[in-house]
Design a protein around this ligand. Structure first.
Ligand SMILES: *Cc1c(COP(=O)(O)O)cnc(C)c1O
Length: 822
């Protein structure tokens, strides 16, 4: 489906210029002719060519931001799961078609060139990917919004499956360099750890902070341009690298002891930004993680204030010109760090510094489970960050004065609202007390925060609570990942306006019963399934049938996400297929993908079980290919771009109340998959969006316990996994198969479910889930009806573009206006 070139003459001119730049760039970079270059050198040349276009706009953008003094947004996140950047940058620059043609002239294939780029896997999963989608959307909407994070030397580990088990390989993503980064040593910042902090009286009677003998780490920024879509905006993603201090290399006249100290110091510093922590929910034995958090936050906030002051604006107006957003609690120490800078370095009074800080900072919560909220031992915190800890104590002292005034004599309230409790620093509480906005990431999640997780804070200050349902960038996840579908939408609507205004996807609602459109839609889905089938054949050596239902669950492996329930159901269905003569099913390919945290035993056992069941089922000739099971290795952003568009069924089966939002669900929906899901996270809003005439489950399949039921079981403690086992034949059957050797020994999972009392209601929801699968097959039999549902999902997915989400943040939290760069 060749896209119409908007204007042939203009396109020719563009292509000519691009071609000249490309050839010249190759010559400058390599001193050789194009046909002598390796594929990786070609990739680097294309990237460098694109950078010429980007840098022109980057310079313009920075100049405009300086001159016009508009409010700037800084989005702090300990993770940015960027994936590859070449394709999205070319799409955003409007150069993809032209460069494809240029490369074609040299018999080079752009899609092959893309493959040369390693994923920037600086994140674990949803939280990091959200940050990446957000900076893409900010740039698209001309918003002056920048990312702040860490330049991890190793990204999330690379996953290999060996004998059915996950094996972790270090992800040395920087080994060939990172084409998009710009090192800025002149903008380095000192970050101080340890030492002694106290107030010293000056001769004039005033108090001055002294921080004695700190360990000083140099934070060097590496800037990555963030390219706006078909506009001239180029924002900045600033990744901090930890390096030894400036005067370090001076080794003259040192004693052995001094040399040893120097080496210890170097080892400490170089370890700070070496690894991304491969667990996104719980943290154990992890001082280095706190060091990372403060390192990135301190460097980020210091550089913001320094830059702000350099522009000549008044420190007193800072909150009118700067919005700092903290993505989950990892950067929550920004509250104390901004106070420190305002008071110690700019000499502001506490009350003014406090007003500025509160008005500057806003916080997004991603966690419902109270036990997963981040806390740090006071002892560790105080030793590592003595001055910051002093400030937190003072923040808390003043805050609790207000609390006591509100709730006289109510010690329980004081405890619940205190930043410091039982020897721990509560980071979410610090973020709430020190900011002006707290938001959840889907309606149901924000409601649960108010009703339970953060209930005391909600009562204390209801006005600061709000919801911002997550979103995904449709540029990467639809236009980039599924160009055929994007082309069909262009042709059907006779317009590309939806590229810029994704809410206009709803114009497709006029075509959801249009047979020629549905036929094309079916062909494209089939094409994407063939692509994935090819990938699976190459990587798993398994032949899957693109005519079967592609039923896909890809996401981090976690108990609450219930991959275990998925595979238990498959075990049950496989047995029906083999032993129940009356049972028939539509051929189905069950596809899994996702990484388990290295120390997460149950998650790893779940992977092992999936692969054990796959091994047996895939080699059973008697079921005549009615069922195949595939575990895709090393799931990440780039593999996701192949996987999401190929799904018929999107598995979104977390225990209701546990998944804050989910964003994978949105990527699937936007590519026309039907959601099989619980009433959890954004599934609730997806259902609402595709509900059909009577607001029912017309174009998705909903099953399982509702959040209220789950929460009520937790409250009353009235659920018994053992009773469930004894009363439900399906449950008993699959549970016994875990320990009777059918697939090997999985007593681990059996014990987890029985002795752990099935904390995520896998056994409880299993029958309802099985019903859901039958319902899916019933609907799939009606080919046209299925395609209509698929089209309904695409047509109503516009609201899940992160462009919508970002507009809400901009208008309701940050109060920033677009800055158009001409
Ligand atoms: C979108 C995405 C996620 C989040 O998926 P959920 O299903 O919402 O958990 C995780 N990892 C990658 C690579 C993604 O692209």
């Amino acid at each position: 489906m060749a896209k119409k070139k908007v204007n042939d003459a203009e396109f020719k001119k563009l292509k000519e210029k691009l071609k000249n730049r490309f050839i010249a760039t190759a010559h400058i970079m390599w001193g050789r002719e194009l046909d002598e270059l390796t594929e990786n050198e070609i990739y680097q040349t294309v990237a460098a060519t694109a950078k010429q276009y980007i840098s022109e706009n980057w310079i313009k953008t920075n100049k405009a931001y300086m001159e016009r003094e508009e409010k700037q947004i800084y989005y702090f996140s300990i993770e940015f799961l960027m994936g590859r950047l070449l394709k999205s940058n070319l799409i955003n620059l409007g150069l993809e078609e032209a460069i494809r043609d240029v490369l074609g002239d040299f018999k080079l294939d752009l899609d092959k060139v893309y493959e040369e780029e390693p994923d920037a896997g600086l994140g674990n999963g949803g939280l990091g990917r959200l940050a990446a989608c957000f900076i893409d959307s900010m740039a698209a909407h001309h918003l002056p919004g920048h990312g702040c994070s860490i330049r991890y030397q190793y990204g999330l580990f690379e996953q290999k499956i060996i004998n059915g088990n996950q094996v972790e390989i270090p992800d040395n993503w920087l080994k060939n360099g990172f084409a998009w980064e710009y090192r800025k040593p002149d903008k380095a910042i000192d970050v101080k750890f340890y030492g002694n902090a106290y107030m010293k009286e000056m001769p004039d009677g005033s108090l001055k902070l002294v921080h004695e003998d700190p360990m000083v780490v140099m934070a060097v920024p590496y800037d990555v341009p963030v390219v706006g879509y078909h506009n001239s905006t180029v924002n900045n993603l600033r990744l901090w690298n930890a390096e030894v201090n400036r005067d370090f290399s001076d080794y003259g006249y040192l004693t052995q002891e001094q040399i040893r100290q120097k080496n210890d110091y170097r080892n400490f510093v170089e370890s700070i930004t070496r690894y991304l922590y491969p667990d996104d929910s719980t943290w154990e034995g992890r001082k280095m993680r706190l060091i990372q958090e403060y390192f990135m936050t301190s460097a980020g906030v210091q550089s913001i204030v320094r830059h702000y002051v350099k522009t000549g604006m008044k420190i007193h107006d800072l909150s009118q010109k700067i919005a700092i957003h903290i993505n989950d609690t990892h950067p929550a120490v920004a509250v104390a760090e901004l106070m420190r800078i305002l008071i110690d370095e700019y000499g502001l009074e506490w009350s003014e510094a406090w007003a500025i800080t509160k008005n500057t900072i806003a916080y997004t919560n991603h966690t419902i489970m109270p036990e997963a909220l981040e806390t740090w031992p006071v002892d560790m915190f105080k030793e590592l960050l003595p001055r910051v800890y002093m400030i937190i104590e003072e923040i808390n002292r003043r805050h609790l004065e207000d609390v006591r005034e509100r709730y006289p004599g109510n010690d329980a309230k004081v405890q619940a609202l205190s930043i410091l409790e039982n020897g721990m620093v509560h980071m979410a509480r610090l973020a709430i007390v020190g900011g002006h906005s707290v938001n959840g990431v889907a309606k149901i999640h924000s409601d649960i925060l108010k009703a339970s997780t953060l209930h005391d804070f909600y009562e204390y200050n209801p006005k600061m609570f709000n919801n911002k349902t997550n979103g995904i960038t449709h540029r990467r996840w639809l236009m980039g990942a599924n160009p055929e579908l994007a082309g069909l939408i262009d042709d059907t609507l006779g317009s590309r306006r939806w590229h810029r205004y994704p809410e206009q996807l709803d114009l497709l609602n006029d075509y959801v019963n249009d047979k020629p459109f549905l036929a094309e839609l079916g062909k494209i889905k089939h094409l994407r399934k063939e692509h994935l089938a090819k990938y699976i054949l190459e990587h798993n050596l398994i032949k899957v049938n693109p005519d079967s239902i592609f039923d896909i669950q890809v996401k981090r492996i976690h108990s609450y996400k219930r991959q275990l329930m998925n595979i238990l159901h498959i075990m049950y269905q496989y047995d029906l297929l083999k032993n129940d003569k009356g049972y028939d099913m539509i051929p189905t390919t069950y596809i899994f993908g996702g990484k388990a945290a290295p120390g997460y035993y149950i998650a790893k056992e779940t992977i092992r079980l999936i692969n054990a069941v796959a091994e047996k089922v895939n080699n059973d000739r008697s079921i005549k290919d009615k069922m195949k099971i595939v575990f895709i290795e090393n799931f990440g952003v780039s593999i996701g771009e192949i996987v999401y568009p190929a799904a018929d069924v999107s598995e979104q089966i977390s225990t209701a109340s546990k998944e804050a939002s989910g964003t994978g669900n949105m990527k699937f929906m936007m590519n026309g998959a039907i959601t099989l899901g619980t009433m959890d996270g954004a599934n609730v809003e997806i259902r609402e969006a595709v509900g059909g005439d009577h607001g029912g489950d017309d174009h998705c399949v909903i099953f399982g316990l509702r959040a209220e039921e789950v929460l009520s079981y937790y409250m009353t403690g009235s659920y018994s996994a053992w009773d469930e086992y004894n009363s439900n034949e399906m449950v008993r059957f699959v549970m016994n198969q875990l320990i009777d050797g059918t697939y090997g020994d999985f007593r681990s999972l059996y014990d987890y479910l029985i002795h752990g009392n099935d904390e995520f209601f896998i056994l409880k929801d299993l029958s309802s889930y099985a019903w859901g699968h039958e319902e899916i097959m019933r609907r799939y039999k009606n080919k046209l009806g299925w395609l209509t549902s698929s089209a309904m999902n695409i047509a109503n997915s516009g609201q899940f573009s992160s462009d919508r989400t970002i507009d809400e943040y901009a208008n309701e939290i940050w109060h920033v206006k677009p800055v158009r760069i001409s």
